[in-house]
Write a protein that binds this ligand. Structure first.
Ligand code: DCP
Ligand code: MG
Length: 397
């Protein structure tokens, strides 16, 4: 394991971690990690804030429709009285009491709570609201990082002296967002991004959780491992089989065995469990990709219908591309067959473009192989990527 492969973890831990021994034998890999509690900031410790909007899409819908107040609200695919397809994007906390969650089939949500209010997804609206919130947040810190549609990190180290000041600032941020957008958020404050993010999720909704460096281990120890970034269901299951349920269990587990089982990820797990994360808050200006998917109401092999749907999705993707003044080079289609087998197929164009007809033409071309088979299709999607800013683009008409 070299510095490069560790650096790829993008967790910025190299200054903390020394792999003193890394021996591979036939049956085992032995890794001894020394975590050195050095003050890398030389003098000043970092203070990071993470903000996450509460039930974002439904909160915006509730604001638009005061009559929804106090009722369970779900944003996602059309439930069609239980026969709908597609999934729940999000739901408010009242709906969560019925067991509804992001990502579950909309038909299941209907079974759990048919009396909820079901709203379609209005991305354009949510993006506009998100842009305004990000503008509010950006001014509070020198280092700002947008993280998805409703989250952001702020590095406030250079502006504040201690956690008391950070708490006051967090309250001020909440107040301003509520005053300007009538929306609530949860905030986590900690010595790094990992802790701040876990803290913001700790007391949702309308939460404020402060975790100072000295309290990190105590804060993390009782939490389930799923709270750690990158621990998905599969890793959770694997850890469970090893007797590891909480972050505390993980922190005290032999890192050599973790590495043997998970490879590079094992080191990452060990460090995260100790609350160590050196990654910087950094502005990511560039959007990586823009995409739209659609699940058909019924599985279909009707080529014309499928292509017309893809034209519509291309249109929506194009609207976003135009709004953000971007030009792209790569177009990708996604196809999911009725048995959930999923394929993606992309093409990088020999030129950069922002034209709708380039998306539609490439999508139709890429789809040809999938349409010939006559297999029924459940879902299609369109994605564009490899962006350059429209301002820099010279070759367009
Ligand atoms: N989202 C989505 N599909 C998912 C998860 C999320 O479309 N599987 C959308 C809807 C959410 C938004 O992204 O409103 C933000 O995601 P969060 O995970 O932050 O969820 P919420 O903001 O809805 O709820 P919470 O209060 O738990 O943050
Ligand atoms: Mg949220």
């Amino acid at each position: 394991m070299n510095r490069e492969s560790l650096a790829k973890l993008n967790i910025g831990l190299i200054t903390h971690v020394y792999c003193d021994k890394f021996k591979s034998t036939k049956t085992s890999v032995y890794l001894e990690i020394t975590v050195r509690k050095r003050k890398v900031m030389r003098g000043k410790k970092r203070i990071i804030i993470h903000i996450d909007m509460d039930h974002f899409f439904t909160a915006v819908e509730e604001r638009q429709h005061p009559e929804f107040k106090g009722k369970p609200v779900v944003v996602g695919a059309d439930p069609k009285e239980g026969k709908g397809r597609g999934v729940v994007s999000t739901c408010n906390y009242k709906a969560r009491k019925f067991g509804i969650r992001s990502g579950i089939p909309i038909s299941r949500a209907w079974k759990l709570c048919p009396e909820a209010i079901y709203q379609p997804v209005d991305y354009e609206l949510y993006r506009k609201v998100s842009d305004r919130i990000m503008r509010i947040l950006r001014k509070y810190a020198e280092k700002f990082e947008r993280w998805g549609i409703d989250e952001a990190f702020l590095d406030i180290t250079s502006r504040l002296n201690d956690y008391n000041e950070a708490e006051a600032l967090a309250r001020q941020i909440k107040k301003e967002i509520f005053k300007k957008e009538e929306l609530m958020c949860s905030i986590g404050v900690g010595p790094n991004k990992l802790i701040a993010k876990i803290a913001s999720d700790f007391q949702k909704p309308d939460g404020l959780t402060i975790v100072e460096e000295k309290g990190v281990q105590r804060f993390l120890a009782p939490l389930p491992v799923r709270r750690l970034l990158w621990v998905g269901r599969k890793t959770e299951q694997k850890l469970k089989k090893m007797g590891i349920k909480t972050i505390g269990d993980l922190a005290s587990y032999d890192p050599a065995v973790l590495t043997e089982t998970f490879g590079v990820m094992g080191i990452q797990l060990h460090l995260m469990a100790h609350g160590i994360d050196r990654s910087e808050v950094e502005e990511r200006r560039e959007v990586k990709s823009i995409s739209r998917d659609l699940t058909f109401e019924e599985d279909t092999a009707d080529s014309e219908f499928i292509l017309n749907t893809l034209d519509k999705l291309s249109n929506e993707v194009h609207k976003d591309v135009a709004d953000q003044k971007l030009c792209f080079k790569t177009v990708t289609v996604k196809v999911r067959y009725e048995n959930f087998e999923t394929h993606t197929h992309g093409k990088t164009l020999p030129f950069t473009t922002n034209r709708l007809r380039d998306i539609q033409k490439t999508v139709r071309e890429l789809m040809q192989d999938y349409l010939r088979s006559e297999r029924k299709i459940r879902l299609v999607g369109v994605r564009v990527s490899k962006f350059v800013s429209g301002k820099k683009q010279k070759t367009l008409i």
